[in-house]
Design a protein around this ligand. Structure first.
Ligand SMILES: Nc1nc2c(ncn2[C@@H]2O[C@H](COP(=O)(O)OP(=O)(O)OP(=O)(O)O)[C@@H](O)[C@H]2O)c(=O)[nH]1
Ligand SMILES: [Mg+2]
Length: 465
């Protein structure tokens, strides 16, 4: 990790999202940041170059050429190194709306700043040793976080929890490798080869266990990040779209008493008790000659295949139909919750008949119209994935697919160490795999990554971050 702040040119960007807002922030970072900001400031008391660091100042932005005043603003001046990028930073809080912010940005560019690339501020924070790669990725996750839980997860990572764990694992591997070197250099004992093998295999097993444990958390982590893909399935008219609307608390999907209302899948994100769901409303599944509906039905069947969780709706005010039975069979073995909707109406569904198709899943009587049973449904959704109360605070969930991929590779490299020793391969060959495991872990925190990867990763950020 580099500790010395490098000298880069001064970059500028609008850091707030495009669109309407009370304020926008234009940010500058680099050695010339304060100087450039000062050139466009009309600030009565003194020059921005003389103000103490980490202070905020009321003033105006003025075009140095035309002398026209553009906006009334606040200048926040933060000197290196205690800043996000470890460089000098000036943030100009101007009035909301893109016009003003853009004009200020143009002025800064004319004074010598360069337009920042997406993610370049965070990239500098990384290059200047302010954070490691997994922390930089957490910044991106934080921006994209869909729920409180995923935000906590990202914050944890930003805090360096994952990095800390990875460093510990690397340290363990390093110690084993060092021990091997010592043994090879000083072969005072006859059994040195055997001793070395034991050290390597034990360490490999130990680290492999930790890696496996981390990988186990990745399923939850991915859900927290990307949303649990949840398909609402059932024959026409059972109330699928009604349930989607209820959970979203808005009339997103069209609901009518006509069977076959929904023709295509509708996807929406919703947060149910901290679990982000990617909720998929589907066309009611039935035999149909209607061309459009037929395609919809085909997509519904695909949604069953793709879903992490299925909410299978039956209409309990009607007898079980052949299609219900087919759907019960089709979704068997998947994570599913069976919902008996319309309990506000008299029951016609035969309990005994239904039982034949059930396994251990949760079956809930609900009524979307009278809100009955929805609480229980929300709880059941939560329980399906978190057996106990989740606390983003002390959980280190792995959520980033790059990290997951690297840990899986690490796992394989460690397995090769173990297999190699068992097959009595020469120690120096086994050592190569052990070193590879160390390198792979290093890639997670950015200790051994190539430049292209870094460029590619940071380009996924939004502008101004
Ligand atoms: N009585 C009663 N009616 C309901 C309930 N839930 C939904 N409905 C009604 O059932 C009808 C069909 O609802 P939808 O939500 O459109 O059903 P769907 O499953 O999406 O139907 P398709 O899109 O045709 O597959 C509408 O008239 C709803 O008002 C309920 O809990 N009780
Ligand atoms: Mg519908």
């Amino acid at each position: 990790m580099m500790n010395i702040t490098k000298e880069f040119d001064t970059i500028a960007a609008i850091s707030t999202p495009p669109g309407e807002g009370a304020i926008s922030i234009v940010r500058l970072s680099g050695t010339e940041a304060v100087k450039i900001a000062n050139q466009i400031s009309h600030y009565q008391k003194k020059s921005l170059e003389e103000v103490p660091t980490h202070t905020i100042h009321y003033g105006h932005v003025k075009d140095p050429e035309t002398k026209a005043v553009l906006d009334e603003v606040m200048f926040a001046v933060m000197r290196a190194p205690k800043t996000f990028t470890r460089e000098d930073i000036v943030e100009i809080n101007c009035h909301g709306g893109m016009v003003v912010a853009n004009q200020i940005l143009q002025l800064l560019l004319r004074q010598g700043a360069r337009l920042a690339e997406p993610g370049e501020f965070t990239k500098r924070a990384f290059l200047n040793g302010r954070m490691d790669l997994s922390q930089a990725e957490a910044v991106m996750d934080l921006i994209q976080a869909k729920t409180d839980e995923s935000m906590k997860l990202a914050l944890n990572q930003l805090d360096g929890k994952l990095s800390h764990l990875i460093r510990e694992l690397r340290q363990k591997i390093l110690e084993a490798l060092a021990q091997v070197e010592v043994n090879i250099d000083y072969p005072e004992y006859d059994d040195v080869e055997e001793m070395t093998s034991i050290i390597l295999v034990n360490k490999a097993r130990e680290v492999q266990q930790d890696v496996a444990h981390l990988l186990q958390t990745s399923r939850q982590g991915k859900i927290l990040r990307e949303g649990l893909s949840t398909a609402i399935i059932g024959r026409p008219n059972v109330g699928k779209s009604s349930l989607l609307n209820y959970l979203l608390q808005e009339d997103k999907a069209i609901v009518t008493e006509i069977a076959g209302t929904t023709r295509d899948v509708i996807e929406e994100y919703v947060n149910v008790r901290g679990v982000p769901l990617k909720l998929v409303d589907t066309a009611g599944i039935r035999e149909t000659d209607d061309v459009v509906e037929k395609i919809g039905v085909e997509r519904s069947r695909q949604a069953i295949v793709d879903a992490d969780l299925i909410l299978l709706i039956l209409n309990q005010s009607e007898a079980l139909t052949e299609m219900d039975k087919e759907l019960l069979t089709l979704t068997k073995g998947k994570h599913r919750i069976v919902l008996l909707n319309k309990v506000d109406l008299p029951r016609k569904l035969e309990e005994g008949l239904l039982k034949e198709y059930l396994e251990e899943e949760t079956v809930l009587p609900i009524s979307v119209i009278s809100s009955q049973g929805i609480d229980a449904l929300e709880q059941a959704i939560k329980n399906t994935f978190f057996n106990q109360e989740t606390s983003g605070k002390d959980a280190t969930y792995l959520s980033n697919s790059r990290h997951i991929g690297l840990l899986e590779e690490t796992n394989r490299a460690l397995q090769e160490v173990i297999d190699g020793i068992e097959q009595e391969m020469p120690v120096d060959l086994v050592q190569i795999d052990m070193t590879r495991a160390w390198d792979l872990l290093g890639e997670i925190i950015g200790d051994s990554v190539q430049d292209e990867l870094i460029t590619q990763l940071f380009s996924q950020f939004c502008l101004g971050k």
